[in-house]
Ligand binder design. Structure first.
Ligand SMILES: Nc1nc2c(ncn2[C@@H]2O[C@H](COP(=O)(O)OP(=O)(O)OP(=O)(O)O)[C@@H](O)[C@H]2O)c(=O)[nH]1
Ligand SMILES: [Mg+2]
Length: 302
C-alpha cells in the first residue's frame, strides 16, 4: 500500500492506474488510498464534456488536451462509461493517440456502476488520485445521455455541452435536460452543413451571454479550438467556478452520509423482530402501512 501511494505521489502511471482500478471497483483499499493522499490534493480543476453519441467529444477533448498542454497545464483525461466492462481507456485512448498528443497526457476510462451517486463518488476519488499525482486539469468525457450527465455535471467545476449538426440534437438535448447544465455550449462540426442554423437555435434557446457562452468549432479541422480554450481558461480562473468546489463537496458528503445511513438502516430493519410483527399486523389489517412505516422509521433514526 505505501509503495502504491508513493508511486501515485511520484506520478508513476502504473501506480496511478492500479489505484484508479481499486477506487473504480470500490475495493476495500479505496478508503485507505484516499486517506493517505488527501492532504496532497486540491490543485486540480475538472471540466466535464457531455453530448450525444458521435458528437465529437473524444476528438474535441483530444484537441483541447493538446492546447492546454501547450499552455503548461498537466492534463489527464477520463472517460466515464458505465456500459463498458473494459478499463484502460481503449477507445478514447486510441483517438487521443491517433492525434499523437504528448505522452505526458494521461488517458483512462472508468466503468463504475452501482448505487445512486456511485459514479460521481468514484469520479471524485479518481480525480483525487490524479490530483495527488500532479495533474492539475482533468477533462472528463461522459458517454451516454441523460441522468448520468446530470450527475457528472454536479461533480465537476465546469460543464461543456457539445452539439452535433448531423442529428436532431437540440430537441434531444432539451429533453435530456442538457440545456440546464452547461457553462459553455459548443456546436461541433462547424465544417458541416447545418451548423450555423443549429448555432442560431441553441443561442436563442440558451441566451448567449457572458454567463452562458455558445461557441462553434470543428474538432476535425481544428477551427475554433483556441477560442474555446481561451473561454475555458477564463472560467477556470473565475472565482465563481472555484467556489463551486464547495457545492460539489456538499453533494459528495451528503451522498456518502446517506449511503451509510441506508446500509445501516437496512441491516437494522431486516434484523428487527418488531418489523416482522408489523408485517403480520398489517396483513391482519390491525394497522395501516403508512403510519406503521412512519412510526417504525422514527425509532430507527433516533
Ligand atoms: N466533420 C467533422 N467530423 C467530426 C468532427 N469532430 C469529430 N468528428 C467525427 O465524428 C465521429 C465521432 O467522433 P468522436 O470524437 O468519437 O465522438 P464522441 O462524441 O466521442 O463519440 P462517442 O464517445 O461514441 O459518444 C468521428 O468519425 C470523428 O472523426 C468535426 O469537427 N467535423
Ligand atoms: Mg467518445
Amino acid at each position: 500500500m505505501s509503495g502504491l501511494v508513493d508511486g501515485i505521489l511520484k506520478g508513476e502511471k502504473r501506480s496511478i492506474s492500479r489505484a484508479i482500478s481499486i477506487v473504480d471497483n470500490n475495493e476495500p483499499d479505496s478508503a485507505e488510498i484516499i486517506h493517505k493522499i488527501f492532504k496532497k490534493t486540491g490543485n486540480a480543476r475538472t471540466i466535464g464534456f457531455t453530448g450525444s453519441a458521435g458528437s465529437g467529444k473524444s476528438t474535441l477533448i483530444g484537441r483541447l488536451a493538446a492546447e492546454f498542454h501547450s499552455l503548461g497545464y498537466k492534463v489527464a483525461i477520463i472517460a466515464v462509461d458505465p456500459s463498458s466492462p473494459i478499463t484502460g481507456g481503449a477507445l478514447l485512448g486510441d483517438r487521443v493517440r491517433m492525434m499523437s498528443i504528448s505522452d505526458e497526457i494521461y488517458v483512462r476510462s472508468m466503468a463504475s456502476r452501482g448505487a445512486e451517486g456511485g459514479v460521481s463518488r468514484s469520479l471524485r476519488n479518481v480525480v483525487r488520485i490524479l490530483d495527488a499525482a500532479g495533474y492539475n486539469l482533468i477533462l472528463v468525457e461522459s458517454v451516454g445521455a441523460g441522468q448520468l450527465e446530470i450527475e457528472i455535471s454536479k461533480a465537476v467545476n465546469i460543464t461543456v455541452v457539445i452539439f452535433n449538426p448531423q442529428t436532431g440534437d437540440s430537441i434531444q438535448a432539451i429533453k435530456a435536460g442538457l440545456t440546464e447544465i452547461g457553462d459553455i455550449y459548443v456546436i461541433n462540426k462547424s465544417d458541416l452543413e447545418g451548423s450555423t442554423i443549429l448555432y442560431n437555435i441553441i443561442s436563442d434557446l440558451i441566451g448567449n451571454n457572458d454567463n452562458k457562452l455558445v461557441l462553434k468549432c470543428s474538432a476535425k479541422m481544428q477551427e475554433g479550438i483556441k477560442e474555446l480554450t481561451k473561454s475555458l481558461v477564463k472560467l477556470l480562473d473565475d472565482e465563481k467556478y472555484q467556489l463551486r468546489e464547495r457545492s460539489i463537496l456538499e453533494n459528495e458528503l451528503r451522498d456518502m452520509i446517506l449511503n451509510v445511513i441506508k446500509e445501516k438502516s437496512i441491516e437494522k430493519i431486516m434484523n428487527s423482530e418488531e418489523y416482522k410483527k408489523l408485517v403480520s399486523r398489517i396483513l391482519k389489517k390491525e394497522v395501516e402501512p403508512y403510519n406503521a412505516a412512519l412510526n417504525f422509521a422514527k425509532k430507527i433514526i433516533v
